[in-house]
Design a protein around this ligand. Structure first.
Ligand code: SF4
Length: 360
């Protein structure tokens, strides 16, 4: 299915504290046999930079092929609206090189793939958040709905799942805990470890898909669409509720035809009626996000992906202050409405039984 992450990583570094955990020790033994460079960092030591100063794009790419095995110390979870209540921090970054990546502005100049070995502690913290929410709901005589966690807010856990197995542990944990639901979204196909997990319909696995033009030009280092759809079919067969995310929708010349072809080919692979209904009550779900960028993201993208040609002109765009209080360039009103209506209609026609969660 997806390419093995061990083949997408050149170097691995371990925080000394990571070796106090079973997962850290196992990864150290395993990676020492696979990679030419595996080192334990000195206490509070930094990962050595392997590019000459000023090589911004080289440093970015090298970081995306560098694994850091760490202990997650900050156990204060971040909010994750609108897709969930809280982020579940199992991993930071991923081996992909998507030019438009939504993490461009948050992970700094060296977005190392950081996996956390204190998984039990992270999951115990999630249970605490859920317990607090349940207590608050019962005090307010509320409905006590499940607390929803998003495992892909800071990276792509499925990209490294064959190495860590952390997401599988989370899936089983959330399967046992009746107060929580888990969501994850990926551009990778390495879902084999998840297939036998006891998920009890409480984890929704979503796959990010796009047209062949978008994938070829702006999603380097990720799995092919065929591999993502094969993975979607595999997790659906394993009884998971699944979703498809089309993000970003880019209105390039010929976009209507290509998104229509994408919907047709996906419908031939994934029939909405065959997808299990999850503990959230939904069958196949869709999420659609139109392309947008901040001025800061544009500068970073131009320095890291200079030749990618991602359309980021202000012409045909509107500057909008979003829910988090900062401005983004979104499509102008006419183009935005056209894209939203077109995508909603496409999904309705090809997937009549699916739930369209949002088009933004
Ligand atoms: S796969 Fe997701 S997290 Fe990774 S580079 Fe692409 S958009 Fe960013």
């Amino acid at each position: 299915m997806g390419q093995q992450p061990s083949l997408m990583i050149d170097r691995a570094f371990f925080e000394p504290a990571a070796l106090e955990h079973d997962l850290g020790r196992r990864l150290h033994t395993q990676l020492t046999k696979l990679l030419p460079e595996v080192r334990v960092l000195p206490p509070r030591g930094r990962v050595p930079v392997c590019c000459p100063p000023g090589d911004i794009a080289g440093a970015y790419r090298a970081a995306k092929r560098t694994l850091v095995v760490a202990v997650r110390r900050n156990l204060t979870f971040q909010r994750c609206r609108p897709s969930a209540d809280w982020q579940l921090p199992l991993v930071t970054s991923c081996p992909g090189l998507c030019a438009y990546c939504y993490l461009q502005t948050t992970l700094g100049p060296h977005p190392y793939i950081r996996v956390y070995v204190n998984v039990d502690e992270i999951l115990a913290k999630a249970a605490e958040y859920a317990a607090t929410a349940a207590t608050a709901a019962s005090a307010a005589s509320g409905d006590g709905r499940a607390t929803v966690f998003e495992a892909a807010a800071t990276g792509d856990p499925i990209a490294v799942e064959p190495l860590t197995g952390a997401l599988t542990r989370a899936v089983e944990f959330f399967g046992r805990d009746g107060r929580t639901l888990l969501r994850v979204v990926t551009k990778f196909g390495s879902v084999e470890p998840l297939l036998a997990a006891e998920h009890r319909g409480r984890t929704r696995v979503r796959f990010s898909i796009n047209t062949p033009s978008v994938v070829r030009r702006w999603e380097a280092g990720t799995a092919t669409i065929a591999a993502r759809l094969a993975a979607a079919a595999a997790v659906a067969r394993a009884g998971y509720p699944i979703g498809l995310m089309i993000a970003p929708v880019l209105a390039y010349p010929g976009w209507r035809e290509e998104y229509a072809e994408l919907a047709e080919s996906v419908a031939a692979t994934v029939a909405a009626g065959d997808v299990a209904r999850g503990a959230d009550g939904k069958g196949l779900t869709f999420e659609v996000v139109t392309h947008r960028f901040t001025a800061r993201a544009r500068d970073l993208i131009l320095s890291r992906h200079a030749g990618a040609g991602l359309p980021m002109s202000e012409e045909g765009r509107r500057y909008r202050i979003g829910q988090f209080g900062y401005g983004k360039w979104v499509y102008d009103t006419g183009q935005m409405n056209e894209v939203k209506e077109f995508m909603a209609d496409l999904i309705c026609r090809h997937f009549p039984g699916a739930a369209l969660e949002y088009v933004v």
